[in-house]
Design a protein around this ligand. Sequence first.
Ligand SMILES: CC(C)(COP(=O)(O)OP(=O)(O)OC[C@H]1O[C@@H](n2cnc3c(N)ncnc32)[C@H](O)[C@@H]1OP(=O)(O)O)[C@@H](O)C(=O)NCCC(=O)NCCS
Length: 148
Amino acid sequence: MTKLQIRQFEKRDTDSVIRLANEYAFFDGPVNEADLKITHAFPEGFIVAEEDKRVIGVIYGYFREIPTAVLENWGVSKVATIELLVVNPEYGEQGIGTLLLEKLIDVFKRAGTDMIGLTCPVKAKQARRLYERLGFKVSAYHMRKKLD
Ligand SMILES: CC(C)(COP(=O)(O)OP(=O)(O)OC[C@H]1O[C@@H](n2cnc3c(N)ncnc32)[C@H](O)[C@@H]1OP(=O)(O)O)[C@@H](O)C(=O)NCCC(=O)NCCS
């Protein structure tokens, strides 16, 4: 068994990342590279966990364009978002999700980010606990109504 490695995403990881997202993340339907907004614009923010030569977790975030007036209102200057966080449940509850999130927060801090936002599905209870444990607070509710 090889040691857990937390490293930057490489192109060869693309299929594993899409598979992890489709099998275990709470998206509304099947997702592909474009749906995941994988832009490669901020490679440092795209991090995978690898064990036994297998990609078992991923976190991915990048910067958001926010109007200056909004930034001033929030009292921040650079905002990032987390698009994807998923760990294969076979490897769950061993601290890998926490390691990935801590690593990305560190990368964002070094890049001058002073706020991170994200959307967390209601179903993703474990993710919410993880985010709250690392200091995230709920600031809005995303609401839907089906019209017939
Ligand atoms: C959310 C998710 C990424 C967490 O990954 P994970 O690797 O299991 O996360 P961790 O192991 O760091 O933490 C999970 C729990 O295990 C616990 N844990 C961590 N290390 C542990 C250990 N060695 N022994 C026992 N428990 C441990 C943590 O305290 C945490 O407990 P809590 O949920 O009661 O707070 C994973 O559950 C997942 O992929 N969920 C589906 C996708 C998803 O919801 N993505 C986020 C959408 S926004």
